[in-house]
Design a protein around this ligand. Structure first.
Ligand code: C5P
Length: 307
């Protein structure tokens, strides 16, 4: 095998319950991930040394060195097997960069799968999940796809039941938001409100049973009523214009609108596909429609361009 391409989905957090800041600086989460049908493609090719290239949306914002999660994933997998990470990784991006849809994490997960296949390592899924959890809190989820609850810092996953099709519109913003900066702002707002921001001061985060039931039933209206993101206030504080985007999507017929993860992408749940297209048209050029649940990261056969 000389090349392997993996298609990997983005995510939206239908619930992001953020607990207190832990001693390690991370926050305890109850994080309900839903995979959505916006995809990056990562191709791994045999090479003399580790190199990385990218094309597609916002590629100027992507590091092309070993700070890229895809490169870190290749290095971590190679280290685990005692081999050299000699691979060329090419990322074809469609997931917004720094958009709160875990695009960088998706590329990390995709690179793990692609290198595992290219190097014919057959690493057990359990080990890939553990490795990906070390790479970042959002890296394991694309390996499961569908819907899952993430606890701990979000990396400890349990698959969730999900049925039907949810129709989303994503309003992409110009320029990303830094995830650590949004968590810091969340902590600052909590301290400013007098409640404190530590694990002993913030109630432990829990998944909402009504939200889990809505996912299992494929009930868009019930899901819309239960969408919740504890980082939204912080994202709005850092990017006040997002309030107008949320209002515009709701006015255009969305059942509900929410900031996706740490933002700045705004996610709107539509009653059906036709309504989603109408909301996207009202929001303009920056809007994308996508359906969920989406499947896990998948190796494409044959690798595009090699058939
Ligand atoms: O795990 P990941 O690398 O995606 O985290 C990026 C940053 O987001 C962390 O450095 C931390 O600032 C913040 N974070 C957090 N609590 C989490 C997950 C992420 O504070 N559970």
């Amino acid at each position: 095998m000389t090349a392997v391409t993996v298609r990997v989905p983005a995510k939206v957090n239908v619930q992001l319950a953020v607990g207190g800041r832990r001693a390690d600086g991370f926050h305890d989460l109850a994080n309900v991930f839903l995979a959505v049908g916006l995809y990056d493609h990562v191709t791994a090719r045999r090479a003399d040394k580790l190199t990385i290239t990218a094309e597609g949306r916002d590629v100027d914002g992507i590091p092309l060195d070993t700070t890229n999660l895809a490169a870190r994933a290749a290095i971590a997998l190679a280290e685990r097997h005692g081999i050299a990470p000699d691979v060329h990784l090419h990322i074809d991006k469609d997931i917004p960069v720094q958009g709160g849809m875990a695009g960088g994490s998706a590329d990390g997960a995709a690179a793990l799968l692609a290198c595992d296949a290219l190097w014919e390592l057959k690493t057990p899924m359990e080990d890939l999940l553990a490795l990906s959890g070390e790479l970042g809190s959002d890296v394991p989820f694309p390996l499961l796809g569908g819907a899952a609850l993430g606890v701990g810092r979000g990396e400890q996953l349990t698959a969730l039941e999900v049925s039907g099709t949810f129709h989303w519109v994503f309003a992409l913003a110009d320029g990303g938001l830094s995830t650590p900066a949004v968590y810091r702002e969340c902590d600052r707002l909590r301290r400013a409100a007098g409640g404190g921001d530590g694990v002993d001061e913030v109630p432990p985060p829990v998944a909402d049973p009504a939200l889990l039931a809505a996912l299992a039933a494929g009930d868009a209206r019930a899901l819309a009523g239960a969408l919740a993101n504890d980082l939204q206030e912080a994202a709005l504080a850092l990017r006040p214009a997002l309030a107008e985007t949320l209002a515009a999507g709701r006015a255009a017929g969305a059942l509900a609108g929410i900031v996706s993860g740490s933002g700045p992408t705004c996610a709107f749940l539509a009653p059906d596909g036709k309504a989603a297209a109408g909301i996207a048209a009202a929001l303009g050029r920056s809007a994308r429609v996508a359906e969920s649940p989406a499947a896990a990261a998948t190796v494409l056969h044959p690798t595009p361009g090699t058939a």
